[in-house]
Design a protein around this ligand. Structure first.
Ligand code: FAD
Ligand code: NAI
Length: 467
């Protein structure tokens, strides 16, 4: 039996960061991971492989459509899908190995296998060869993440009817990909295959795509995606998907009732959200409480109802994002070490890595209206930004929402090229409780896309200069 100060179950962004910080804090630490590699959903089948394919497919699309516009003639652009997949796999491999190196560097024991609670301090680990061992910890951190959800009438087989995991590893370009769910995964992976040549139809239950994103941004996003060739059916639900010799038959009907329709497809991507993963963990053995939907319940310091057992990341409430899991991982490890552990949930950015990207932090206009908060809006279109013009990335805008009374930045929403990097400035501004004027008075290099942030901030007080 091995004894530790901290045992982390799950080696994803939440778990591996918790383990590293715990070790940095001088605690003897082990991390149990069952999938055979570290990095969790994010590095193995999530953020990283999807971004690799988004990058590669964007290059392909640029070579086909954009190069000629700036005077570069390229003939015979061809897709080598196996090579693109190999590039994606190599990227993943390099990063998962990198985390193993970090574990060695920080003297963390990487325990390979699936963990199950035996009691509140003891975890039994089943190794890949079937053998079992026992690990004990004074503190246990549950960081077991999430898995894809589905809907009634649709069974994911990871062959033709795929979750994101299957969709990042297809052996051919679908002729017609039907995406169920117009959220982040559906639109990112839909973009990959659309750029590589698929017809993509997105079926979304609600009357808009990307719920949670600022309405005005979502409308612009919808318009741009349709221009790129996406077919988007909002207010529509899938009732079943049937496999026939001729392919897949996807039955859809208006969400509010009406005539049904059958879409024919060769692949279906199910992207209707993810659910907490606690299978086989033995939460019931120790009495750790979870919600009806399986999310482990914690207080605001990631403590479950069982003393000494903590939970972080996708397995608890909040946005299912790698950086949110990482923040919680570092904070809980500090807390366990007797230090202050803190996460500012008001300043967690969200990025959709499509083209253009969509990025946001803080409140949307709809949320501010609902909360009865008076606000001012500053907006600046990339059409009026010199660097955007140079790069032919003129779609979209920056929108800053600031408190009418105090000018404090309450939310920033960007749709445009490199929005994912641009939002960092807004996150920092919100972390420092900046006013729109603070951003407006900050010198931004010219010509950069970031000048649009300054201009939008100037716009909050009606002083935009270049539009
Ligand atoms: P996970 O990463 O899910 O890690 C949990 C780990 O625990 C897994 O490796 C699992 O094998 C292991 N485990 C589970 N049970 C046990 C057990 N009993 N014993 C041992 N090990 C166990 N987020 C972003 O912020 N940016 C993105 O661009 C982004 N892109 C994404 C793209 C896709 C296609 C998907 C599916 C997700 C994406 N996400 C993205 C979300 C991100 O992957 C998750 O929010 C993040 O991985 C959560 O981290 P975690 O550590 O909580 O859980
Ligand atoms: P999501 O919650 O983003 O989107 C799911 C969509 O499916 C919603 O629009 C929802 O209304 C719709 N839906 C639900 N039931 C439906 C039905 N029966 N028929 C049609 N539509 C239906 O979930 P998604 O895209 O599966 O992603 C899961 C999680 O992974 C997200 O929470 C996200 O945070 C994370 N992720 C983050 C990424 C990023 O940060 N760039 C990239 C990919 C995933």
């Amino acid at each position: 039996m091995s004894e530790y100060d901290v045992v982390v179950i799950g080696g994803g962004p939440g778990g591996y960061i918790a383990a590293i910080r715990a070790a940095q804090n001088g605690l003897k630490t082990a991390c149990i991971e069952g999938r055979g590699t570290l990095g969790g959903t994010c590095t193995n089948v999530g953020c990283i492989p999807s971004k690799a394919l988004l990058h590669a497919s964007e290059m392909f699309d640029d070579a086909n459509h954009s190069f000629a516009k700036i005077g570069i003639k390229v003939g015979g652009v061809e897709l080598d899908l196996p090579a693109m997949m190999a590039y994606k796999d190599d990227t993943v491999k390099g990063l998962t190995r990198g985390i193993e190196f970090l574990f060695k560097k920080n003297k963390i024991d990487y325990v390979k296998g699936w963990g199950t609670f035996k009691d509140k301090n003891t975890i039994e680990v089943k190794a890949p060869d079937g053998s079992t061992s026992t690990v004990t910890g004074k503190s246990i951190v549950i960081a077991t993440g999430s898995e894809p959800a589905s809907i009634p009438g649709v069974t994911i087989d990871e062959n033709r009817i795929v979750s994101s995991t299957g969709a990042i590893a297809l052996g051919e370009v679908p002729k017609h990909l039907v995406v169920i769910g117009g959220g982040v995964i559906g639109l990112e992976l839909g973009s990959v295959w659309q750029r590589l040549g698929s017809k993509v139809t997105v079926v979304e239950f609600l009357d808009r795509i990307v719920p949670g994103v600022d309405d005005e941004v979502a409308k612009e996003f919808d318009k741009i995606l349709r221009k790129q060739g996406f077919v988007i059916k909002t207010g529509t639900k899938v009732t079943k998907v049937e496999q026939t010799n001729a392919g897949l038959k996807v039955s859809v009907e208006p969400a509010k009732g009406g005539d049904a329709e059958v879409l024919e497809a060769d692949y279906v991507l199910v992207s209707v959200g993810r659910k907490a993963y606690t299978d086989g963990l033995g939460l019931d053995v120790v009495g750790v409480k979870a919600t009806d939907r399986g999310l482990v319940i914690t207080d605001d310091h990631w403590r479950t109802n069982v003393p000494g057992i903590y939970a972080i990341g996708d397995v608890i409430a909040g946005p299912m994002l790698a950086h949110k899991a990482e923040e919680e991982g570092a904070a809980v490890a500090d807390l366990i070490a007797g230090k202050v552990g803190h996460v500012n949930y008001n300043a967690i950015p969200g990025v959709i890595y499509t083209s253009p990207e969509v990025a946001s932090v803080g409140k949307t206009e709809e949320e501010l209206k609902k909360d009865g908060i008076e606000y001012k809006v500053g907006k600046f279109p990339f059409m009026a930004n010199a660097k955007a013009k140079v790069g032919l990335h003129t779609e979209g805008f920056v929108k800053i929402l600031a408190d009418s009374r105090t000018d404090r930045v309450l939310g920033v929403h960007i749709i445009g090229a490199d929005a994912g990097n641009l939002i960092a400035e807004a996150v920092l501004a919100m972390e420092f409780d900046a006013s729109a004027e603070d951003i407006a008075m900050t010198c931004h290099a010219h010509p950069t896309l970031s000048e649009s942030m300054k201009e939008a901030a100037l716009g909050v007080s009606g002083r935009t200069l270049n539009f």
